[in-house]
Design a protein around this ligand. Structure first.
Ligand code: ADP
Ligand code: MG
Length: 267
């Protein structure tokens, strides 16, 4: 069954979309079956995966509002090695429409359950806010990946996010936990970067991924070609870093599985 992960941070420009696209491509490169769901009306993850957001027959909007079945929203003939459910400006309307709908927090979860056996990983990209779309993502996930830029204001707002994850865990989804904190656009030459990074490790311990994503121009260029960096310049430091992140995630997931099986044997 798929492991579903939400990539979120209510801050914009911290590397959520870059992480979704490049982690999806890296997991796919290691032969994992991956679905990327774009839940941001900006549709950057959609475009960055080489899918035209203006040409979507069925998008995340139709899916969440029950106007399509998930099988008709899946884009499987991509050039990036993973499947996509796309999004565009239509999704803005979903936030309002969802308010009137039954089980409004669980629309995405119900849809994804139908394809959970077809994937190893499902990654959810989010807008820079905490709205009903993000709540849907959190309710459907077992873990949250939080990309963070190690700058002065990075820690501000993080406690609000941790509080939200806590609340969703108690009220909607007891499975939900922080999967990992990812340091993005990392520049080790800046002493402030190191300070903030140290704070993060102090606060979150081994939840902080060992892999650090460097500031790398290829990661910024690749989206304009509709490609993950791995398919644009596979030897770039950015692609290497996301491959390493995929490795770390796969190892962690395998360890968790093993632990759960051992617990089962014990009981
Ligand atoms: P978010 O989805 O959180 O708003 P993005 O992933 O869109 O953030 O990243 C914001 C901008 O920074 C984009 O232009 C992206 O190409 C660029 N970017 C993201 N990560 C890196 C990186 N590691 N190195 C260089 N540029 C990056
Ligand atoms: Mg984004």
């Amino acid at each position: 069954m798929a492991k579903t992960l939400t990539v979120t941070n209510q801050k914009g420009g911290v590397g959520k979309t870059t992480t979704c696209v490049n982690l999806a491509a890296s997991l796919a490169a290691t032969k994992k079956r991956v679905l990327l769901v774009d839940l941001d009306p900006q549709g950057n993850a959609t475009m960055g995966s080489g899918v035209d957001k203006h040409e979507l027959e069925n998008s995340a909007y139709e899916l969440l509002t029950g106007q399509t079945e998930i099988k008709d929203a899946l884009i499987t003939d991509t050039d990036v090695g993973y499947h996509v459910i796309g999004s565009n400006g239509d999704l803005t309307a979903a936030e309002v429409e969802l308010l009137q709908m039954p089980r409004r927090e669980f629309r995405l979860k119900m849809a994804l359950e139908q394809v959970a056996d077809d994937y190893d990983f499902i990654l959810l990209d989010n807008p820079p806010s905490l709205n009903l779309l993000t709540v849907n993502a959190l309710a459907a996930s077992s873990g949250v990946i939080i990309p963070m830029q190690c700058e002065y204001y990075a820690l501000e707002g993080i406690s609000a996010l941790v509080g939200t994850i806590d609340k969703i865990n108690k009220r909607l989804n007891p499975e939900l936990k922080i999967e990992g904190i990812l340091r993005t656009m990392f520049d080790p030459r800046m002493s402030l970067t190191k300070d903030v990074s140290n704070h993060l490790v102090e606060y979150f311990g081994d939840k902080v991924y060992r892999t650090v994503i460097p500031r790398n121009i290829r990661l910024a260029e690749a989206p304009s070609h509709g490609l993950p960096a791995l398919l644009y310049d596979k030897n770039s430091r950015g692609s290497m870093a996301y491959l390493a992140l995929a490795g770390e995630l796969i190892r962690k997931t395998a360890q968790e599985k093993q632990k759960a099986q051992q617990e089962e044997v014990k009981n």
